[in-house]
Design a protein around this ligand. Structure first.
Ligand code: ADP
Length: 435
């Protein structure tokens, strides 16, 4: 099949979270199964600096954003070590910026125009290249308008005559909500602004556009697919998911073994596999303790948490227990970037427990690998978790995950109950009540 995979971030071009890992790995995995996949993403500043060759392929984009005609170009590249073509939608005014979606904790105030441009740019590029996709697969709100355009403005477009559409929800908390007057910028019929289609509590909702117009919906774990049918997890869209339940699939994410297997990772102190895990992990732990300025003591349990500094990831639960935990002879390393409130909480924690707790308040991919390899126990007490990749990376590194049993965490970590231990199936520790 010919598959178009549109995403707002993909490794190695741009990354803020797990979507980038999936968008960098899934197209390669599909291609290896004999499909022909083309990846589409915006050409952010970081994509230009990713060290991957980008070639201007001479396509002029002219996209109407309300009354304004905005021009752009298309750059072609490849996912490393693959034949997957990557097309980067280039519009420097929109995308040549420090952040992907915002800076300093605030969203860019023209995100509506940026992702209209992206959605229409993807469609125009497919037409210009003469592609005839069987599947157009969008991801999250940034691609939400694509199915809406295909089923309305492009309903009779021969380029998409055979195309089915799919939207995957990686995190329902991000919906792409905009001022109702922004509807005029989309070029879509104003009549679509109603509660059954693009309107969500008086706002224009890009994710809802995708969920309403796509043929099939998926999310990234079976448990999250069930959870979002309920008001507790549905973020106001649970009624829509219940309506479309017959078309909704929960498919667990996998991990990219080339990137996240300790035998392959160049940045960790010692590569290891199941045969060499004992020595390899001990060296990785010693190196991590050194990097974090902690005592090099092999016998001390080393806990770690890596993730966006967002309430979702359970930082408030960590804040509640961290002092009590660190009163014991344990060590804690945290890597996170995001909300200033959690930065301050973590800095205070490290100050109160010198030599036991170190925090790195930055985005550092190599450090994330070193932590997964060097830690003994990985904390992931998420309040909700569509899939979660970090706990899968822990499992791949012989690092024991301690997770809240929700969404993909419930689907991937088997609690160390006496029974699971005796059956040899236990893989970590889980808890349910977020207390
Ligand atoms: P989410 O997509 O909700 O952020 P996931 O667990 O699915 O959560 O994916 C998180 C990804 O982002 C992992 O690859 C993790 O290593 C990475 N990551 C998160 N925070 C950081 C950080 N501060 N530095 C480096 N990598 C990070």
């Amino acid at each position: 099949m010919d598959v178009i995979f549109a995403a707002s971030e993909a490794v190695p071009f741009a990354k803020t979270g797990g979507l980038a890992d999936v968008a960098g790995a899934l197209p390669r995995a599909l291609q290896a199964q004999g499909h022909c996949v083309s990846l589409f993403l915006p050409c952010y500043r970081c994509a230009r600096q990713a060290g991957v060759e980008l070639e201007d392929i001479g396509i002029d984009l002219r996209i109407p954003i309300g009354p304004r005609m905005v021009e752009g170009r298309v750059l072609r590249s490849k996912l490393p070590d693959s034949n997957v073509a990557a097309y980067l939608i280039d519009q420097p005014e929109y995308f040549d910026r420090v952040g992907l979606y915002g800076e300093g904790g605030s969203d860019y105030d023209d995100n509506v125009a940026r992702f209209i441009f992206f959605a229409r740019g993807v469609i125009e590029t497919i037409r210009a290249l003469g592609l005839r996709p069987d599947v157009v697969h969008g991801n999250d709100w940034q691609s939400g308008l694509i199915p809406a355009y295909l089923r309305t403005l492009h309903a009779d477009d021969p380029a998409f005559a055979g195309a089915g559409t799919l939207i995957t929800v990686h995190n329902l908390a991000y919906q792409g909500l905009f001022w109702h007057w922004d509807m005029g910028l989309t070029g879509l019929d104003a009549g679509l602004f109603n509660w059954r289609q693009l309107e969500f509590h008086g706002k224009l909702c890009f994710l809802k556009a995708g969920l309403v117009f796509a043929d099939v919906l998926s999310t990234v774990s079976p448990t999250y697919a069930r959870e979002i049918l309920s008001p507790e997890y549905g973020q106001g869209l649970d009624g829509l998911f219940r309506d479309r339940q017959a078309d909704l699939y929960g498919i667990l994410n996998g991990i990219d073994p080339d990137a996240w297997r300790p035998a392959n990772e160049p940045m960790i102190a010692r590569q290891y596999d199941t045969a060499t895990v004992v020595e390899g992990k001990a060296l990785c732990k010693a190196r991590l303790q050194e990097l974090a300025g902690l005592d090099r003591r092999p016998e001390v349990p080393l806990f770690a948490q890596v993730g966006r500094l967002d309430p979702q990831k359970g930082w408030d639960l960590l804040a509640e227990v961290a002092d009590r935990l660190l009163d014991h002879d344990v060590q804690l390393v945290v890597l996170g970037a995001g909300h200033p409130k959690y930065q301050a909480m973590l800095e205070d924690l490290a100050r109160r427990h010198p030599g036991r707790c170190t925090v790195f308040l930055t985005f550092d991919d190599a450090m994330a690998h070193r932590i997964e390899a060097g830690a003994d126990l990985f904390l992931m007490p998420s309040l909700y978790e569509p899939c979660g990749l970090s706990q899968l990376y822990s499992l791949a590194h012989g690092t024991i995950p301690i997770v809240r049993s929700t969404g993909g965490l419930a689907d991937t970590v088997v609690d160390a109950t006496p029974r699971a231990l005796s059956e040899g199936t236990a893989t970590g520790f889980t808890f349910v009540r977020p207390s």
